[in-house]
Design a protein around this ligand. Structure first.
Ligand code: AR6
Length: 173
C-alpha cells in the first residue's frame, strides 16, 4: 500500500533520521534563510563547499550532495517556484521538484527521504495547494517504485501539520 509508506510529522527536518533530506534551496545553491539556512547550519561548512561545485540549480530541478554532520547521509537540493498567482507554471514546477527529488533518491538507492513544504515559506506558495501537489506527485511515484520505503513530510508548526493531515484523504482516499 502506497499510503503506508508516507508519514506526516510536525518537526525540524534537520533532526529527521532518514537517509536523505530535501532542501528548499534557491537557484544559487549557496544557502539562504528558512529551511535552507537550518540545513546548512546543521550540516556544517562542508555542505556549502560541495554546493559551490554544483553551478546552481534550475527551478524545478534537483541536485544531490552528502549530508556531512546531519543524521541524513544525503541532502537533495531542489528549487521551488516563487508564487506569482498560479499562472506562471508554478504547479508544474513544484510537481517537478518532488518528481526529480524522488527520482534522484531512487537512483542513489535511498530508501527513506524527508521533504519540507517546498516554496510555502519565503516563496509564498499557498500551503493547501502545495500540499496537494506534494502528496499527489509522491503517490504517483510510489505507485510505480518499490525501492523507496518511506517518505516523510516534515511540517514546521502545527498549522502546516494540520493542513498536510487534511490533504492525506484527498490524495490517498
Ligand atoms: N524544518 C522543516 N521545515 C522548515 C524548517 C525546518 N528547520 N525551517 C523552515 N521550514 P522556506 P521556500 C519550513 O522559506 O518558500 C530560502 O532562503 C517553512 O516553515 O524555507 O521554498 C532559500 O534559500 C516553510 O513551510 O523555503 C530560498 O531563497 C517551508 O519550510 C527560499 O528561502 C519552506 O519555507 C526558498 O523559499
Amino acid at each position: 500500500m502506497t499510503a503506508d509508506r508516507i508519514e506526516v510529522v510536525d518537526g525540524d527536518i534537520t533532526q529527521q533520521t532518514v537517509e536523505a533530506i530535501v532542501n528548499a534551496a534557491n537557484n544559487s545553491l549557496l544557502g539562504g534563510g528558512g529551511v535552507d539556512g537550518a540545513i546548512h547550519r546543521a550540516a556544517g561548512p562542508e555542505l556549502l563547499e560541495e554546493c559551490r561545485t554544483l553551478n546552481g540549480c534550475a527551478t524545478g530541478e534537483a541536485k544531490i550532495t552528502r549530508g556531512y554532520r546531519l543524521h541524513a547521509s544525503w541532502v537533495i537540493h531542489t528549487v521551488g517556484p516563487v508564487w506569482h498567482g498560479g499562472n506562471q507554471s508554478e504547479p508544474e514546477l513544484l510537481a517537478s521538484c518532488y518528481r526529480n527529488s524522488l527520482e534522484l533518491a531512487a537512483e542513489n538507492n535511498i530508501a527513506s527521504i524527508a521533504f519540507p513544504s517546498i516554496s510555502t515559506g519565503v516563496y509564498g506558495y499557498p500551503i493547501e495547494l502545495a500540499s496537494e501537489i506534494a502528496m499527489s506527485e509522491t503517490k504517483r511515484f510510489l505507485d510505480r517504485n518499490t525501492s523507496l520505503k518511506k517518505v516523510v513530510f516534515v511540517c514546521f508548526g502545527n498549522r502546516d501539520y494540520q493542513c498536510y493531515l487534511n490533504t492525506i484523504p484527498k490524495i490517498f482516499g
